[in-house]
Design a protein around this ligand. Structure first.
Ligand code: PD2
Ligand code: ZN
Length: 279
C-alpha cells in the first residue's frame, strides 16, 4: 500500500466481526499485517475499534461480581480473613489476590478432592452435555456447593470478596495437572450461538465471573494466561486470579488458558459465578 493508510468503517466492522468470531487480537493483527497494514496503524485501529465496541456494548453488560475495598488499599477484609490485592486490571477486569487461601486450606481441598479425581471434561454447548476433550488434559472433580465445612468457609470468603451471592456460585471445581498437562485458551461463559447453551442457562443463567485459586506452586510452568492482553498470572500457592465478563462475548478480552505444566504438578480450585441463583 502507498500513502497514508485510512481506517474505514468497513475495516472497523471487519475487526469487530473478527473479535466476535473469537479471533484473538494478536491473530487479527497478524492478518492485517499480512494484507499490507503497517503494524502501528493496524494496532491503533484494533485498539480504538475494540475499545469503542466495548464501550458500546457496556450498556448490555449485566452486573458482574466486583471486588470491594478502598481504592488504592492493598488489603481487603473478606468474611474471615484479610486478603491481599496484588494486581488490578480494568480491561479485561482481572484482579490477582495474595493470601486468599492458607496452606492448610490448600492441602485440605487437595485431600478432599483427590479421592474423586477423574479425567476433566468440558461442557459441550452443542448438546448441553460434557465430553473428554484434548484441549483439557487435567483431572478434575466438582464439590457440591457447601459440601464440607472447608467449602462453606471458602465460598463465604469468595462471596464477600467479589460481592456476589453464595447462591449464585457453582460448586468448587478442583483440577490437577500432571507434567505436560494444560488447558488450552477458552472463554468460561457459554457460547450463546451454540444449540445446547439454552438448556445450560436454565440453571442459573450465564457465568459472569471466575476465581481460579492456586492450591500449590508448580516447579515450572502452569501460569494462567490471557492471550488477548499478554498477561501471565503465575501459579503461587494460596494466591488467586479473578476475572469478570458482563456479556458472553470475546470483546470482554477474557480469553484465558492454563499454560502447560513443565515440571512438577499443578492444582487449582475454580469457582464460577452465575448471574442468578444456581440450584
Ligand atoms: O488452571 C488454570 O490456570 C485455568 C486456566 C483456565 C483454569 C481454568 N481456565 C478454568 O478452570 O476455567
Ligand atoms: Zn477457564
Amino acid at each position: 500500500m502507498s500513502g497514508p493508510q485510512v481506517v474505514t468503517p468497513e475495516l472497523r466492522q471487519w475487526i469487530v466481526d473478527q473479535a466476535a468470531a473469537g479471533h484473538s487480537v494478536p491473530s487479527v493483527l497478524e492478518a492485517m499485517k499480512a494484507s499490507g497494514w503497517e503494524e502501528n496503524v493496524a494496532l491503533a485501529a484494533l485498539e480504538d475499534t475494540l475499545a469503542a465496541e466495548v464501550a458500546r456494548t457496556q450498556l448490555a453488560h449485566k452486573a458482574v461480581p466486583e471486588v470491594v475495598g478502598e481504592p488504592g488499599v492493598s488489603t481487603v477484609w473478606a468474611h474471615d480473613k484479610w486478603v491481599k490485592v496484588l494486581v488490578k486490571i480494568k480491561r479485561p477486569r482481572i484482579v490477582v489476590f495474595g493470601d486468599f487461601l492458607s496452606e492448610q486450606e490448600c492441602e485440605g481441598l487437595k485431600a478432599e478432592a483427590s479421592v474423586r479425581l477423574a479425567r476433566s471434561e468440558t461442557v459441550q454447548t452443542a448438546t448441553g452435555g460434557s465430553e473428554v476433550n484434548e484441549a483439557r488434559t487435567s483431572q478434575g472433580m466438582f464439590f457440591q456447593r457447601g459440601e464440607s465445612e472447608l467449602c462453606q468457609r471458602i465460598e463465604a470468603r469468595i462471596a464477600a470478596l467479589v460481592n456476589w451471592p453464595v447462591e449464585n456460585g457453582e460448586g468448587i471445581q478442583v483440577l490437577r495437572y500432571a507434567p505436560g498437562a494444560e488447558y488450552k485458551a477458552h472463554y468460561d461463559y457459554f457460547d450463546p450461538s451454540q444449540p445446547g447453551t439454552a438448556a445450560i442457562l436454565r440453571r442459573g443463567g450465564q457465568r459472569v465471573g471466575t476465581l481460579v485459586m492456586y492450591l500449590n506452586t508448580p516447579e515450572q510452568g502452569g501460569a494462567t494466561v490471557f492471550p488477548d492482553v499478554d498477561i501471565d498470572v503465575h501459579a503461587v500457592q494460596g494466591n488467586a486470579v479473578f476475572f469478570a465478563y458482563g456479556i458472553p462475548s470475546p470483546t470482554t478480552l477474557t480469553l484465558h488458558g492454563g499454560a502447560p505444566v513443565l515440571k512438577g504438578e499443578k492444582w487449582v480450585a475454580t469457582k464460577w459465578m452465575r448471574e442468578n441463583r444456581f440450584e
